[in-house]
Design a protein around this ligand. Structure first.
Ligand SMILES: [Zn+2]
Ligand SMILES: [Zn+2]
Ligand SMILES: [Zn+2]
Length: 88
């Protein structure tokens, strides 16, 4: 199976130094995820607010990547599929 959403990936820069929405509300997060369409910084599903997943539901931006140091994997929410960004 191949992810058909890679054409929705843009040359984005992170929107914030941490989870954008947690920073606004004073929340906390476990891991950071960045939207590959708009650069929205959100938090992972182990975090209390799951902002990365909420961002997908709100915007339908399908692909995010891990922003943890040394991690270069991504995730397509539509295909429920792991992606490899190590060559990007
Ligand atoms: Zn996909
Ligand atoms: Zn968050
Ligand atoms: Zn986005």
């Amino acid at each position: 199976m191949i992810c058909k959403h890679l054409n929705q990936i843009e040359d984005v820069t992170p929107s914030a130094k941490g989870c954008e929405d947690c920073l606004k509300t004073g929340g906390w997060w476990v891991h950071l995820r960045m939207c590959m369409t708009c650069g929205h910084m959100g938090c992972c599903d182990s975090s209390p607010n799951k902002h990365a997943t909420k961002h997908f539901h709100a915007t339908k931006h399908p692909v995010m990547r891990s922003m943890e140091p040394g991690e270069d994997w991504g995730w397509c929410y539509v295909d429920q599929m792991e992606l490899d960004f190590s060559k990007r």
